[in-house]
Design a protein around this ligand. Structure first.
Ligand SMILES: C=C(O[C@@H]1C=C(C(=O)O)C=C[C@H]1O)C(=O)O
Length: 137
């Protein structure tokens, strides 16, 4: 059962809407019946809305896994920064010696490495990594 929204000012008043991140949603049947404490329901709903999950269990699993993904992305970005520094050193040394910035046969090796491991998207990823490291060719 749902009840149409109206803005709430008193958090104990029913059946006004519940605010979720500044937005309003309809009150659920269990909230209207008072079978769950209001704050627990609000937290639980926010949890599932944030993750797109349909249960608290899935929402918790997703939140935990997202933290690990954020940590992995942080490391990937750190590794990319390290790669950019190494690549710049090579490019500077080559240019200082009278050579060119770009070395195509080496780039093909890099692209093959990525596509061998990751398939077609690996090619696109390698191109992006190369662009980050030596600019647009
Ligand atoms: C770093 C180099 O210079 C450039 C950058 C590359 C890279 O970032 O992997 C690869 C080939 C070159 O275009 C290199 O020759 O190894």
């Amino acid at each position: 059962m749902v009840v149409l929204s109206e803005r709430i000012t008193d958090t104990n008043r029913r059946p006004g809407p519940v605010s979720v991140r500044g937005a309003c949603r309809f009150r659920t049947g269990s909230e209207l019946r008072g079978t769950r404490p209001r704050s627990e329901t609000d937290m639980s709903t926010r949890h599932t809305v944030d993750t797109g999950a349909a249960s608290d269990h899935a929402a918790e699993l997703i939140s935990d896994a997202r933290e690990r993904i954020d940590a992995l992305d942080h490391r990937i970005i750190g590794l990319l920064a390290e790669r950019i520094t190494m690549s710049e050193q090579i490019q500077r040394a080559r240019i200082a010696s009278g050579g060119r910035r770009v070395h195509l046969s080496r780039e093909m090796e890099v692209i093959n490495h990525y596509s061998g491991a990751l398939g077609k998207p690996g090619t696109a990823l390698a191109m992006t990594v190369l662009e980050l490291c030596r600019g647009r060719a």
